[in-house]
Design a protein around this ligand. Structure first.
Ligand code: PBG
Ligand code: ZN
Length: 327
């Protein structure tokens, strides 16, 4: 039997490392990374998070050193989450000038002025019921929450934050925050919108980390149904109209198709959140020796880029930066 004469042989371009480098379509850089940091007002020593090996809540006193470490690795930005001493029904700690995130922002900008400080802007860490806004009965009251988001965003701005990142999936949150910031004189402060955020089981470990589990019910009346992708485009478009500067898709791994379709339909920089459950799964399998952690993580990061993400929020960011710097 004769073999066909092959005209096309894609393997020709896989022959040597140099050729492979020349035809590589996607690159991963330390510039793509944003590192999430949990700052806890109730502790004086770092507190490891059991479901997120390698990640700890840190006290305010440790923020400066953490920023120096991040900067020395070349990572351009961090995002803060706060665990406050006191919580209440409306999450008023979110706009306390002496709140834990406000203090963390000031400490961070002092230790590393050149590093971009982002603040997750929501209320689930500040409310005693763990929902992302003000309750009206058992429902999160959208518009009452918008008024509080304006106060929270302005308060973070006054503390010196570089980017506001609202994550609560309230309708109109970008317009409300933009109006609030502008009227307080912060016209140039960018908003990174958690535009497309699903009601996901992958947030499990984060809720231990940030002490932000809802005390009843779930977030399905404000976060998106994992079944929906056209709705993702609608959410993205609304946020663009309202003035978002950067869009985010969250979670990452199970939503690669969403990253691609939002990227194709929009022209803003786009971030993906490689969330706590994605991190925990990799860590657990690596601890068992079942996967090669470095290779799996670098492949995942590259795949986020290939899918269309420009920025990656990840708990692996410090390790990824070390690996990239070493190679
Ligand atoms: C707050 C918020 C959450 C995450 C980021 N911001 C939790 C949630 O919506 O329940 C999840 C991040 C992660 O899982 O790593 N709204
Ligand atoms: Zn929230």
């Amino acid at each position: 039997m004769s073999l066909p004469d092959l005209i096309h042989r894609p393997r020709r371009l896989r022959k040597t490392p140099a050729i492979r480098r020349m035809v590589s379509e996607t690159t991963l850089s330390v510039n793509d990374l944003i590192y999430p940091i949990f700052v806890d007002e109730t502790i004086t020593e770092p507190l490891p998070i059991a479901s997120m090996p390698g990640v700890s809540r840190i006290p305010l006193s440790a923020v400066g050193d953490k920023m120096t470490e991040v900067a020395s690795l070349g990572i351009p930005g961090v995002i803060f989450f706060g665990i406050p001493k006191e919580k209440d029904a409306i999450g008023s700690g979110g706009w306390d000038a002496e709140g834990i995130v406000q203090q963390a922002i000031r400490a961070a900008k002092k230790a590393s002025p050149e590093t971009c400080v982002i603040a997750d802007t929501c209320f689930c860490e500040y409310t005693d019921h763990g929902h992302c806004g003000v309750l009206h009965g058992d429902e999160v009251d959208n518009d009452a929450t918008l008024a509080n988001l304006q106060k929270e965003a302005v308060s973070y701005a006054e503390a010196g934050v570089d980017i506001i990142a609202p994550s609560g999936m309230m309708d109109g949150m970008i317009a409300a925050i933009r109006t609030g910031l502008d009227s307080a004189g912060f016209k140039d402060l960018p908003i990174m919108s958690y535009a497309v955020k699903y009601a996901s089981a992958y947030f499990g470990p984060f809720r231990d980390a940030a002490d932000s589990s809802p005390s009843f019910g779930d977030r399905a009346s404000y976060q998106m149904d994992p079944a929906n992708s056209r709705e993702a485009l609608r959410e993205a478009m609304l946020d663009i109209e309202e003035g978002a500067d950067i869009l985010m898709v969250k979670p990452g791994l199970a939503y690669m198709d969403i990253i691609r379709s939002v990227k194709d339909a929009t022209d803003l920089p786009m971030a993906v959140y490689n969330v706590s459950g994605e991190y925990a799964m990799v860590k657990a399998a690596a601890e068992k020796g079942w996967i090669d952690e470095k290779r799996v993580v670098l492949e995942t990061m590259l795949s986020f880029k290939r899918a269309g993400a420009d920025l990656i929020l990840s708990y692996h960011a410090l390790d990824v930066a070390r690996w990239l710097n070493d190679d």
